[in-house]
Write a protein that binds this ligand. Structure first.
Ligand code: NAI
Ligand SMILES: N[C@@H](CC=O)C(=O)O
Ligand code: NA
Length: 440
């Protein structure tokens, strides 16, 4: 059998520990498939004493991941530390400069520095692989880069953050608080070290921009993504969505338009009988629309140690087989500038919740504000329903009342103007809630 592939792993947290354990557990199957063994020979981690439930005996230990990245006795450097800059970036650059292939699960790093790192990898003719960085265990990067190489992709969208989908699912199904669900996602190892990346939508944006670069052959441009997270979604919106026949999901959507590429991340109401609405818990789903294959949907675990390790190991297997290709499919120098569609031109339906003082004329002023902007309303819900009563259980007269407006397709610009106009009328007493609706 050919020489073993010697792997150095930096970061032995949720994903790193799973990679070490799974590489050992699957060593025979991997050796048979790759024609050579894949062996962890060295690690870099901060705490030598922590019990990670894995056998680290006999491995060389580095305190500094950059020193590991430069070590002459590893062939591949695996970065599982995380973070856009700091030691992760320095170590990955060091490994690539030293002519070593790199595998990483770090979407923040790739979304911010992917192009520069791809140039470096291509110059040195080594691999820079990041299957684990998007949708955890789903082999979506391989699918787009290899499986769909003969397609022109028009749209790629989906649920790309396990933590947010887990939170929204448990809030809906078990009426748990946002805070409690987030805490549980952290305990299960789904959330980022700083979970604001999850709940404020940036993690989804990182993943989306990586997919957009692969799908459309454009630069990795995180600045081009419109981002909103799920922090403002509350139990009332979840219940209203259900009543109206929708479910709320955090979606990432990258789509070609006539004038550019739209990249957006925001909570979205989807029909509750649609396939995307049925994706629950930590599961992610990616829908791809392409000219030859038509439509394709991949679903599977989007986070968690073993599921993510599965993708890291798939990248290592490719490297063990000697497969090296440009990190973004096309050579980095050929990636075109993406022309970002401004969010204001986005068209679709909207859910708008305006909490107003319970006074005569309040609801009528909202209807007028929307009508003045030419927005057609599918429905307006403003009676003192049980939902309103829950906001104000005493049912006091004059207490704030939520007025929910569902619109037919209109533009983001029109909605923003209508909401501003409604606020200017003086009845609105809380920050409005605006959720986009995807009806198909
Ligand atoms: N947890 C998940 O489900 C998924 C995580 N990822 C990504 O994988 C990467 C790792 O994530 P997790 O394992 O969840 O994080 P984690 O926080 O559990 O593990 C990171 C480890 O890196 C260590 N570390 C920090 N600085 C270091 C340094 N200078 N030298 C050596 N080790 C250092 C930390 O002590 C920690 O043990 C991140 O980029 C994350 O975004 C990607 C997909 C899924
Ligand atoms: N925090 C991320 C981990 C995987 O990428 C998520 O919840 O999806
Ligand atoms: Na993946």
């Amino acid at each position: 059998m050919a020489q073993s592939l010697r792997v150095g792993i930096a970061g032995l947290g949720t994903v790193g520990a799973s990679v070490v354990r799974l590489l050992d557990q699957q060593k025979d199957i991997l050796a048979a498939r790759c024609g050579r063994a894949i062996v962890v020979t060295a690690v870099a981690a901060r705490d030598r004493t922590r019990d990670r439930g894995i056998d680290l005996g006999g491995l060389q230990w580095y305190d500094d991941p950059v020193a590991l990245a430069d070590a002459p006795d590893i062939d591949v450097f695996v970065e599982l530390i995380g973070g856009e800059n700091g030691p992760a970036k320095k170590a990955v650059e060091t490994a690539l400069r030293a002519g070593k292939s790199v595998v990483t699960a770090n979407k923040a790093l790739i979304a911010h520095h992917g192009e520069a790192l791809a140039h470096l990898a291509e110059e040195r003719q080594v691999a820079l692989s990041f299957e684990a960085s998007v949708a955890g265990g789903i082999p979506v990067i391989k699918t787009v880069k290899e499986g769909l190489a003969g397609n022109r992709i028009s749209r790629i969208s989906g649920i790309l953050n396990g933590t947010c989908n887990y939170i929204l699912t448990r809030m809906e199904k078990e009426s748990l608080s946002f805070k409690k669900c987030l805490k549980q996602a952290q305990v299960l190892g789904y959330a980022e070290a700083d979970p604001t990346f999850d709940i404020d939508g940036y993690d989804t944006a990182h993943k989306l921009t990586i997919l957009a670069a692969l799908a459309f052959g454009v630069d990795v441009n995180i600045g081009a993504v419109y981002v909103e997270g799920i922090r403002s979604i509350d139990a009332f919106d979840i219940r209203m969505a259900k009543k109206l026949g929708y479910r709320i999901k955090l979606l990432g959507v990258a789509e070609r338009s006539e004038s550019g590429i739209e990249q957006r991340v925001h909570p979205t109401m989807v029909p509750d009988d649609s396939p995307i609405a049925r994706v629950m818990g930590v599961t992610n789903a990616v829908n791809i629309q392409a000219d030859a294959v038509g439509e394709l949907t991949l679903a599977g675990p989007g986070a968690g140690g073993d599921a993510t390790a599965s993708s890291v190991i798939a990248d290592l297997a490719d490297i063990a087989r000697g497969l090296v290709s440009p990190p973004f499919g096309a050579p980095a120098a050929s990636l075109g500038r993406s022309i970002q569609e401004p969010m204001q031109v986005h068209e679709g339906g909207y859910y708008v919740r305006l909490t107003v003082a319970d006074q005569p004329g309040a609801a009528a002023s909202i209807v007028t504000s929307f009508a003045d902007l030419g927005i057609s309303l599918e429905s307006i819900i403003q009676n003192r329903s049980e939902d309103a009563a829950q906001l104000d259980p005493a049912g006091r007269s004059g207490a704030p009342v939520p007025v929910v407006v569902i619109t037919y397709a209109t533009t983001e610009q029109a909605i923003r103007s209508a909401v501003d106009k409604a606020i200017a009328e003086g009845y609105v007493v809380e920050k409005p809630q605006v959720i986009r609706i995807e009806r198909e």
